[in-house]
Design a protein around this ligand. Sequence first.
Ligand code: GAP
Length: 514
Amino acid sequence: MSADLFKDIVSHSKEYGFIFQSSEIYDGLSGVYDYGSYGVELKNNIKAYWWKAMVQNHENIVGLDSAIMMHPLIWKASGHVDAFNDPLVDSKASQKRYRADVMIEEALEKIMAKADKEIEKARKRFGDAFDENKYKTENPRVAEYIQQYNTINQKFVDAMGKGDMPALKAVIEELEIADPVSGSREWTDVRQFNLMFHTQLGNIAGEEGKLYLRPETAQGIFVNFLNVQKTTRQKLPFGIAQIGKAFRNEIIARQFIFRMREFEQMEMQYFVQPGTEMEWYNYWKETRMKWHRALGTPESKLRFHDHENLAHYANAAVDVQFDFPFGFKELEGVHSRTDFDLRSHQELSGKKLQYFDPETNESYVPYVVETSVGLDRMFLALLSNAYTEENVPDADGKDSTRIVLKFHPALAPVKCAILPLLKNNDDLTGLARKIFDDLKFNFLCQYDEKDAIGRRYRRQDAIGTPYCVTIDHQSLEDQTVTIRERDTLKQERIHMSKIREIVADGIDFRHLFA
Ligand code: GAP
């Protein structure tokens, strides 16, 4: 997808009420966005899809809604006070600030892309006889790219693992990374920057009253682990799911709603017997990929990416990456978090966070496998995937261009538009209103009588409405209406008593779980 197309998606989402820059009339607040009327509907539908998949479809997964503000020691125990840092570096020429790790990853990807390009050329040249592994070792140029990638990547992984900032700077220098603004290679030292926002509790001054805005929803789940387990009488393995806001003071918030300072997460912590965590890690990895694919996202746009730099709490981690308009990037993380969090909270709070296993008559701290997907990233992935410009016949049968958001009908913000053919005909508008009033309790409908029917169809296409129902003169005689399907443009004459059934079936979440 081109950069222009990304710009089109951003402006479409503003023009059609999906997303607005926060505080726009004051020139905006960087990295913070508001969701408009259609945006909030789409967001609610994504949440519903996730919640149904987790809580409703699993007897052993239950929900939670914990507070954003928590005791500050929670963030000490979780490691966020000491280790939730990003390495930042400034360009001496432009004074622009960058994330050192992101710049290094991008530069490494470029080296690998050069090797991939050569390999693809050779694949085309040699056809079926092509032996990729042999080519990688025998072609000097490709072998050199791979060697360079591996050597520098190892230095990068080691530096990140040890939190060695001078070593990270040396990697930037070795890769000869230049500031994209000034072209200069003059960098400051790399420094650690803690990403947590903080605020002050009541009238308590200083460190004592310091509170953090949660940077992940997961900790609310960990500290409630026993409350939930006891009140829901769950046995291991079981999960706790939560959707909620998280806050990170990102060094550079960018790429629209991809990297925000205030965002939402949909997280599920799955508590398992120690020793079984890898089995569950693989299970959730595959299960989450199926959840993404069920939305109709092409296989080529989703892939796994194993973590080389593990977070302080994980012994295995993988990203589900989506092919965003700016390339493959993390959409969701699946992490094997060991017993790190529960054990740390147990130690710092002095309260036991152990599960009594009735089968073995033993108490132990469970291990945890986490699935964590950003709601806003999910929104952006769906929007980018759904956004389509295409030529279709207009009302007169002539070719015209339409912009249509091809969301899965279960997730579309508005499900059905009710359109009287003419505005100034009380019989038509009266019947259309009656149909609208009858359907509005079942799903979000929109009544629209303004402009020619073709323009109204285009407006509905632009927000992704899967069904449009038109009421015309014939409707007054025989109670039939025309129902138009968004993607196929198929129009069918049906009795108006059938509308509810057709729409309800088309938008049913069941199709996503089939
Ligand atoms: N509890 C684990 C955790 O928070 P993470 O990989 O830091 O792990 C999980 O975040 C997900 O949250 C990411 O895959 C991404 O979808 C989303 N996310 C993280 N930072 C974000 C940001 N600044 N803006 C939007 N979404 C973000």
